[in-house]
Design a protein around this ligand. Structure first.
Ligand code: PHE
Length: 462
């Protein structure tokens, strides 16, 4: 084992950092809006099933690859398979890391910008959703505003990764994650005490079965990957800083539970508020930026809650973005022997440059479309809908069929002896899910992505 490689300072350090990676814009920005667009409770139910039967098994597999090899995604696959093709799967993860970070930091930048909007009291000037949406549109059409906050967010991300695994990522997560959980619970209680909150709860918890379509199922499965930071090596990389006496299945269960609880708490905080003032839950990606300012402006204590909310959103985004940059940094540190400090800065700059066309898609380049998508949507589409499902598919195939359970199980057992002895059936279920269920279901998601791709191509050809 490499003695010089960095490590988490404690077991809880890993869980908090990994939960920090999982919990992010995916939970607070994306989950509510896609749940809102897809019938609420029925989507939530399918998403919960996907998390349990695919997310958790693949998460265990991904963390285990990292812990066993103590490598970045490329080195890890190579070490276990001796094959350049499998190393290429890790390489796809590094590419996905660049891509996701390049658009993730844009939305995170809006969140930073909205802290200032909240502080200066702008939400009280435009309390109606339509006016708030106009104001939002004005902000993102201003290249200086959007680039400025995008770069500010990238600088924060680089600074934490620069400081390293223990001093940067672990310490940041240990401080920020508990604050985040407390703030979200405060916001949820605020939402639950608003008049009309039951309508929001009803929307989130009472499934309308006729709203479940194959589209919903596949969308929920795709989101399960995004929200758990699965399929591109982020969890693998964090797992690589773990020690062998850590319990992988238990840590994975804790991460999944925290991530899911936070998504549901965020959902309750947002939908109770949205319904209390009679807004449309299906407002789309702009849901929180278009509608929440007005929601805050109209509720008692809204000024302070609006500031808290956008600080919280920025924190959540930051503990995720550092895991995206860390994948890329760990690759260059392990394989190319770069110094961490240089890697963090150089790769941060590269990501910012890759992100520029996406930033400009909201203003100067808004008419520039490839396959009918602007640059931002295109990068999101390729990374989230193609690279993540592909990565998840490959991870489950790799662990179950290539690495093989004969070699995998002794590794998984390290730190989890009690689970193996007391609940051997859990391990058997994991094997079946990873070997058959996960690959087949993920393959379906992937096909759906291709289907969407075909539609886009046909629009393009028309
Ligand atoms: N899981 C993060 C979120 O929900 C996003 C993310 C995806 C982070 C992939 C790392 C890797 O916001």
């Amino acid at each position: 084992m490499d003695q010089n490689r960095e490590k988490w300072g404690s077991k809880i350090g890993f869980v908090l950092a990994a939960a920090g990676s999982a919990i992010g814009l995916g939970n607070i920005w994306k989950f509510p809006y896609i749940a809102g667009e897809n019938g609420g409770a029925s989507f939530v139910l399918v998403y919960l099933i996907c998390i349990a039967i695919i997310g958790l098994p693949v998460l265990i597999a991904e963390i285990l690859i990292g812990r066993t090899t103590q490598r970045n995604p490329v080195g890890a696959f190579y070490k276990l398979s001796n094959s350049k093709i499998w190393a290429g799967v890790g390489g796809l993860g590094v590419v996905a890391g660049f891509m996701i970070l390049s658009f993730y930091a844009i939305i995170a930048g809006w969140s930073l910008g909205y802290i200032i909007e909240a502080i200066v009291g702008n939400f009280y000037i435009w309390p109606e959703p339509a006016a708030a949406a106009d104001h939002f549109q004005q902000l993102v059409s201003n290249p200086t505003w959007i680039i400025g906050y995008f770069l500010l967010f990238m600088i924060l991300t680089v600074a934490i990764v620069f400081a390293g695994v223990q001093k940067g990522i672990e310490r940041a997560s240990k401080i920020m994650m508990p604050i985040l959980v407390i703030l979200l619970i405060v916001l949820m209680i605020r939402g639950l005490t608003l008049p009309g909150a039951e309508k929001g709860l009803n929307f989130l918890w009472n499934p309308e079965w006729d709203k479940i379509s194959t589209g919903t199922i596949l969308l929920a499965l795709g989101h399960a990957f995004f929200t758990l930071s699965l399929g591109m090596g982020a969890m693998l990389t964090y797992g690589s800083y773990m020690s062998e006496d850590d319990n992988v299945p238990r840590s994975a269960l804790q991460i999944v539970t925290l991530d899911t609880v936070i998504a549901l708490v965020a959902g309750m905080a947002i939908f109770t508020a949205v319904f209390a003032v009679g807004l449309d839950p299906a407002a789309g990606p702009g849901l929180i930026f278009h509608t929440l300012p007005g929601v805050f402006a109209k509720m008692p204590g809204g000024y302070i809650f609006s500031i808290i909310f956008f600080i919280l959103l920025s924190i959540a985004a930051l503990t995720s973005s550092i895991s995206l940059l860390e994948v890329v940094v760990s690759y260059f540190v392990d394989e190319k022997k770069w110094k961490r400090h240089n890697a963090a800065i150089v790769l941060g700059i590269v990501t910012a440059i890759i992100g520029l066309p996406s930033v400009l898609a909201f203003n100067i380049l808004s008419d520039f479309k490839i396959f009918g998508l602007n640059f931002f949507d295109l990068v999101d589409f390729i990374a989230s809908n193609i690279l993540l499902p592909l990565g998840g598919l490959m991870i489950s195939i790799f662990v179950a069929w290539i690495w093989g359970f004969d070699r995998v199980l002794p590794k998984l057992k390290l730190g989890a002896e009690k689970l193996f002895n007391d609940y051997p059936w859990v391990i058997s279920v994991w094997k079946i899910f990873l070997k058959y269920l996960a690959p087949v279901l993920i393959f379906l998601v992937f096909l759906q992505s291709i289907g969407v791709l075909e539609k886009i191509v046909s629009i393009f050809l028309d």
